[in-house]
Design a protein around this ligand. Structure first.
Ligand code: NAD
Ligand code: UDP
Ligand code: UDP
Length: 308
């Protein structure tokens, strides 16, 4: 089962699981996605799609749960912040209850946002973070922190096979063109010849992981033995400023778009880069795609999308 499986990362996991011969149930309420990411799977005999909001209980029989349901981009998770917290907290309780009853392994897609605006750089898993509990990002950050708490309490109370991945910025085909993340925004704007919206001076950094690498990492974590729980950082440790990203997008698209500077959103982290020592040692995983190659594939995807 893949909750949030109609979304960007979840649709790639669902597809990969089908390729490996598994039966796949996607559960999604389309809060930040549409059925489009899955239409190519509808005819597959091992594929099933259920429209359901994970904040409500769900009774199905499964043996592995990738629990990804949660809007991930600031404009989506801030559109209905109470629902965002409910999705992380009530959704995790329900999926953990389901995993407990069915004895399924369950993996949480947590986030680098649990580190907030980090004072430790790069971020290691033992860093407790620097998170504003009452700001506009808190519904997402604190929701995920509470989801992690629930995963570890279910582990301690019921010895369940839980896995917690802390995902760092991920990009690739099937990102929503309108979800406001920097990679999709810059590509869509460059292709349309519109100005690239640079928030702040562009000196803030992020480390971008291509979605195929992310799927490899998450599936490797799911395959680990009972004693491995994480939390474990999964991301690409090569760090870029947003200015560098903009220049690369302009070069690869051949666009002559200008940059327009807009205010930096509240609580926007200034630096972010994962320490992936644990992922390398415990999972034998490291990302392979370079940003240039991954961006080219993402640009090709957006260029081929119908414009309506
Ligand atoms: P996405 O928005 O494309 O996918 C999330 C999916 O969850 C959507 O299909 C949405 O409709 C669904 N959803 C939201 N609320 C739901 C609910 N209450 N019930 C059922 N479905 C619900 O985002 P994504 O980038 O694919 O992210 C997937 C997961 O990975 C999220 O949990 C996100 O927090 C995590 N993550 C992503 C990134 C990233 O860079 N993309 C970084 C860190 C963590
Ligand atoms: N739950 C669910 N599907 C299941 C089992 C449980 O959605 O197959 C939900 C149910 O709503 C419950 C929650 O998960 O409230 C937590 O379950 P747990 O067994 O931990 O606690 P309890 O049932 O005692 O509340
Ligand atoms: N950003 C930007 N222009 C945009 C969208 C985002 O400059 O059109 C910046 C944003 O302020 C942040 C970085 O790019 O510093 C990454 O933003 P995104 O929303 O993709 O991810 P997150 O902030 O959640 O890491």
């Amino acid at each position: 089962m893949v909750t949030g499986g109609a979304g960007f990362i979840g649709s790639h996991i669902a597809e990969r699981l089908l390729q490996q011969g598994h039966e796949v149930l996607v559960v999604d309420n389309f809060y930040s996605s549409t059925r489009r990411n899955l239409t190519h799977l509808f005819e597959h005999p091992n594929f099933e799609l259920l429209r359901h909001d994970v904040t409500f209980p769900l009774y199905v029989e499964v043996d592995e749960i990738y629990h990804l349901a949660c809007p991930a981009s600031p404009i989506f998770y801030q559109r209905d912040p109470v629902q965002t917290t409910k999705t992380s907290v009530l959704g995790s309780i329900n999926m953990l209850g389901l995993a407990k009853r069915t004895k399924a392994k369950i993996l949480l897609s947590s986030t680098s946002e649990v580190y907030g605006d980090p004072q430790v750089h790069p971020q290691t898993e033992d860093y407790w973070g620097n998170v504003n509990p009452i700001g506009i990002r808190s519904c997402y950050d604190e929701g995920k922190r509470c989801a992690e708490t629930l995963f570890f309490d279910y582990r301690r109370q019921h010895d369940m096979p839980v896995k917690v991945a802390r995902i760092f910025n991920t990009y690739g085909p099937r990102m929503q063109p309108n979800d406001g993340r920097v990679v999709s925004n810059f590509i869509v704007q460059a292709l349309a010849g519109e100005p690239l919206t640079m928030y702040g001076d562009g000196s803030q950094t992020r480390s971008f992981c291509f979605v195929d690498d992310m799927v490899d990492g998450l599936m490797s974590l799911m395959a680990t033995p009972h004693e491995v729980t994480g939390p474990i950082n999964i991301g690409n440790p090569v760090e870029f400023t947003m200015l560098e990203l903009a220049e690369l997008v302009l070069e690869l698209t051949g666009s002559s778009s200008e940059l327009v500077h807009l205010p930096l959103p509240q609580d926007d982290p200034t630096r972010r880069r994962p320490d992936i020592t644990q992922a390398t040692e415990v999972l034998g995983w490291e990302p392979r795609a370079q940003l240039r190659a991954g961006l080219q594939r993402t640009i090709d995807y957006f260029a081929a999308l119908p414009t309506s």
